[in-house]
Design a protein around this ligand. Structure first.
Ligand SMILES: Nc1ncnc2c1ncn2[C@@H]1O[C@H](COP(=O)(O)OP(=O)(O)OP(=O)(O)O)[C@@H](O)[C@H]1O
Ligand SMILES: [Mg+2]
Length: 252
């Protein structure tokens, strides 16, 4: 299961992130990028971070470790920005912590990365339909001279409209918009990666997602949405297996 930690100090907001993630110190003395449940993107984005982040790690990609972090709005008492204060108040309780990679820099195409690393990232993104790895916003970091993938909140778009699982599973993927689309060779790694994705692995990862984040979204009622966390986990499992089976439709 994901480690469970407690935030001790809010260090600074990460302004470049649309969801206003914060740099936070925790009781294990680690420093984390925290994504808050109260952010505009809502808890679904955090579900996608866990499902895709953990899956990528299990497949051997470099993705910062994740943890569940208990946040008390009090940790921000020295933070003057009212927007941050509001976000902390709206996010009391469990949130998502992502291990902070100190000294990392944003990837751009001036960095040379091994084809195998690029292939893994492109394959995973095509599988989970990640539209958030463009040249303008790569969501890739260089750390200790190698490539790390972050920011998976926009993956698994089907959970914003539950009605049409078939369409999600069989939709193609726009490699032209992917910053590594011209470098990675997803077909070369498909067999090896796909073979590792079993119902058991997916179920174990889905079990790591807090129930509350899987509950129906009260702000956007959807009659086709799963009624509770157990049903939601089944739907994610079904969708992810269906998309894997439909690989010929989304491989280049
Ligand atoms: N684990 C990490 N280690 C170091 N820096 C990080 C880490 N995670 C995020 N960052 C930095 O914070 C920025 C925002 O993070 P991220 O992209 O995950 O947030 P977001 O709010 O989802 O952003 P977006 O605006 O792309 O939707 C990243 O571009 C990166 O510069
Ligand atoms: Mg980002």
């Amino acid at each position: 299961m994901l480690p469970h930690i407690t935030a001790t100090t809010y260090l600074a907001p990460l302004r470049e992130g649309g969801s206003l993630p914060g740099l936070v110190e925790a009781d294990d003395l680690g420093t984390y990028v925290v994504k808050f449940t109260g952010a505009g993107q809502g808890p679904r984005a955090l579900v996608a971070e866990i499902v895709v982040g953990r899956l990528g790690s299990e497949l051997g990609l470099q993705i910062p470790d994740l943890a569940l972090i208990e946040v008390d709005a009090e940790i921000g008492r020295r933070e003057p920005d009212p927007e941050v204060q509001e976000l902390l108040v709206a996010s009391a309780g469990l949130n998502l912590a992502i291990d902070f990679l100190p000294g990392s820099v944003g990837y751009d195409r001036s960095f040379a990365v091994p084809v195998a690393d690029a292939s893994g990232v492109v394959w995973l993104d095509a599988y989970v339909a990640n539209v958030d790895r463009s040249r303008r916003n790569t969501n890739l970091l260089m750390w200790h001279k190698s490539l790390w993938a972050i920011d998976h909140g926009a993956c698994l778009r089907f959970h914003h409209a539950w009605g049409d699982p078939e369409r999600f599973a069989t939709s193609g993927y726009d490699y032209g918009d992917h910053v590594l689309g011209g470098v990675g060779r997803p077909r070369d790694v498909h067999e090896q990666l796909a073979a590792q994705i079993t119902p058991e692995l997916l179920a174990a990862i889905l079990a790591e997602v807090p129930d509350a984040w899987l509950a129906p979204d009260q702000t956007r009622p959807d009659p086709k949405a799963p009624p509770d966390a157990t049903a939601a986990r089944e739907r994610y499992l079904e969708f992810l297996l269906a998309r894997l089976a439909a690989a010929p439709r989304w491989l280049p």
